[in-house]
Design a protein around this ligand. Sequence first.
Ligand code: GDP
Length: 300
Amino acid sequence: DKFKHGLEKTRTSFSGKINELVARYRKIDEDFFEDLEEILIGADVGVSTVMELVDELKEEVRLRNLKDTEEIQPVISEKLASLLEKDDKDTTLQLQEGLSVILVVGVNGVGKTTSIGKLAHYLKGQGKSVVLAAGDTFRAGAIDQLDVWGERVGVPVIKQQEGSDPAAVMYDAIAWARSRKADVLICDTAGRLQNKVNLMNELAKVKRVIEREVPGAPHEVLLVVDATTGQNALSQAKAFAASTDVSGLVLTKLDGTAKGGIVIAIRQELDLPVKFIGLGEQKDDLQPFDAEQFVYGLFQ
Ligand code: GDP
């Protein structure tokens, strides 16, 4: 299935290596834990998380009096799953009756447009009527690219000319979505990093319009980050979360990296749920994130 296929690279580097380690050591000892640490850090799980995880494993080994490396394998997946589920923050989208607004943010190139297209397709599949707002009026080609996705997945795209005021685009899109009684409006935003202050100001303005026009909106502010950039994705997420109220993450391109452990690092170091993961470039390559399924995908 998609999950399994999309996580192939990470699985090979991750559970492949762990299996090899288990077979090589047979007995649990200090060296085993040291090598395990190396594998986990190599998969971008993050140093502090790995230390914590390995400490917990050692404790578990002591309590359960485990001796064989084979016995520790299920404990590793248990621990990883519990790291990902560490609190009860909902990983599902928070939508409301009537019009829901999802604001999508992130820097250029991370897969924002693609994720919006895929998300529209996913929601359509759930019987929702979806409208897209072309709020990235800055990057050349961004509007056209969103248009292509709109056509591909069969949802309307509300747009103005390149260079126009994104807040005005949002205003139009909300009015349009309302008049058609749409369920979900997904708003693209500019993602230039060159001028961070302007970007954040513009984002704040766009958000104000949405808040003013739709009570309770935006219902979600999804930050898109690229898993292939590893620890960079983490620092980007931290920077965004510090200046905008992000409600959840979309982690893209997990199919293109062997370092899928970044999901765990992000979950540990940010108090933000991963809501969706991108596992390819096609319209149905976006999956709602499920910790158990993810860990299962890593080991099967
Ligand atoms: P944006 O600049 O953030 O809007 O990024 P795009 O949506 O244009 O995506 C940049 C590139 O990443 C495109 O070539 C996409 O096809 C690709 N991409 C996006 N998401 C994924 C994913 O989950 N997996 C893979 N393999 N490629 C992706």
